[in-house]
Design a protein around this ligand. Structure first.
Ligand SMILES: NC(=O)c1ccc[n+]([C@@H]2O[C@H](COP(=O)([O-])OP(=O)(O)OC[C@H]3O[C@@H](n4cnc5c(N)ncnc54)[C@H](O)[C@@H]3O)[C@@H](O)[C@H]2O)c1
Length: 346
């Protein structure tokens, strides 16, 4: 199988390159054919560092010469849909970085292109593949029916993140909560504490709401705090699951614990893993490239990402409420929703 990747910048070099190299080492049937970046030095460094055979500065030239079976797209969010649409239309198997479109309009065009081309696609929501979150979801599926989860809290905390549009990072939390809830959102209220002293568009963001299955949710996004942290707390009657995705202490890289009436039932520490394993990027790359070869399913796909894009855009445009009930209430019933969603998970 011939694989190519587009964009050799920060996130690609930090996470995708090491993941692609590791996957190729473990799966010799996969050929790292070529990488591409507008910047020739970045392209050459990526090629040499991660073991790609060739590098290019022109995407179309790379595709014409290499004729790959699968492609990853890791370019600035503003460039993603413009580059992804022609790839999807021609049926190319595509692993595309989040967000899947900057707006609902872009998202719809991506989805239409995917449906037209009929190829496989996977959106890079790597939290779904981070071991700490994967374990939480496994325990939920085993022990707590979706409609019995009372509340999910998700805190995505960063420092010195004064970019004007934090919504394209917040979308990770929006996706992770939907994945843990095992249900679409029904309605979300949003509030903002604007931080003009930190820069234009910078704000602490809070989201409160409820999912279609009755689970209440609360999400906070703090771009300018004092630490880097990402945690989830899931509560049901007699049971709670706590997830620390990143691990803020030197001794561990993440942790998931399951509590029953005050007693610790299970605890897993994510330790001694490669960065790209604990942040999930290796496992999402593995899921995608396996799926291209007919093993397992690629998830999430574009069709699973509509609500995430709507809520991301709501943050950017400072909406105070998003009501999904009109459209999503037409789904048959909660158990069908749960079955439908569990079918897309790995
Ligand atoms: N999943 C995560 O946790 C996570 C974290 C950071 C970034 N991201 C996503 O990764 C993507 C890239 O972000 P980044 O921070 O690496 O950006 P970046 O600017 O560092 O890198 C993007 C690269 O794409 C290249 N590029 C742009 N247009 C191109 C084209 N037509 N052909 C070839 N190369 C092209 C640029 O030259 C640049 O080197 C974004 O979509 C971002 O949302 C995801």
């Amino acid at each position: 199988m011939k694989f190519c990747t587009i964009g050799c910048g920060g996130h690609a070099s930090h996470s995708h390159g090491p993941s692609q190299k590791l996957y190729a080492q473990r799966h010799p049937e996969v050929e790292l054919s070529a990488c591409c970046d507008l910047n020739p030095q970045l392209a050459e460094t990526y090629r040499a560092t991660f073991g790609f055979q060739h590098c290019y500065t022109n995407l179309e030239e790379m595709l014409a010469k290499e004729n790959p079976d699968a492609v990853a797209l890791v370019v600035p969010a503003s460039a993603t849909s413009g580059l992804a649409i022609p790839l999807l239309e021609r049926g190319m198997a595509l692993h595309l970085e989040k967000p899947p479109g900057l707006t609902l309009n872009e998202y719809r065009r991506l989805l239409t292109a995917a449906q037209k081309g009929g190829g496989l696609n996977q959106v890079a929501f790597n939290r779904r593949y981070a071991p700490a979150l994967v374990r939480a979801r496994q325990w939920l599926d085993r022990d707590i029916p979706a409609q019995e989860v009372l509340h999910i809290r998700y805190d995505l905390v960063r420092y010195s993140r004064n970019e004007s549009d934090f919504s394209i990072t917040a979308i990770h939390g929006i996706d992770a909560v939907q994945y843990l809830a095992r249900s679409p959102y029904r309605e979300i209220r949003l509030t903002y504490r604007e931080l003009p002293q930190s820069g234009a568009g910078v704000a602490a963001i809070s989201m409160e709401g409820v999912c279609l299955n009755g689970t209440e949710v609360s999400l906070t996004f703090q771009p300018m705090s004092g630490l880097l942290e990402e945690t989830a707390a899931i509560h049901a009657i007699d049971q709670s699951i706590h997830v620390n995705l990143l691990g803020t202490q030197a001794t561990f890289d993440g942790e998931t614990s399951h509590w029953c009436r005050g007693a610790l039932k299970s605890q897993v520490m994510v330790m001694n893993q490669e960065l790209v394993e604990r942040n999930g990027v290796y496992y999402e790359t593995e899921a995608f490239l396996n799926a291209v070869q007919g093993i397992g399913t690629a998830s999430p796909q574009l069709e699973d990402c509509r609500q995430q894009v709507i809520l991301m855009e709501a943050i950017r445009t400072r909406k105070s409420r998003v009501d999904f009930a009109d459209r999503d209430a037409t789904r048959p019933n909660v158990s069908d929703v749960v079955r439908e969603l569990s079918g897309i998970d790995r």
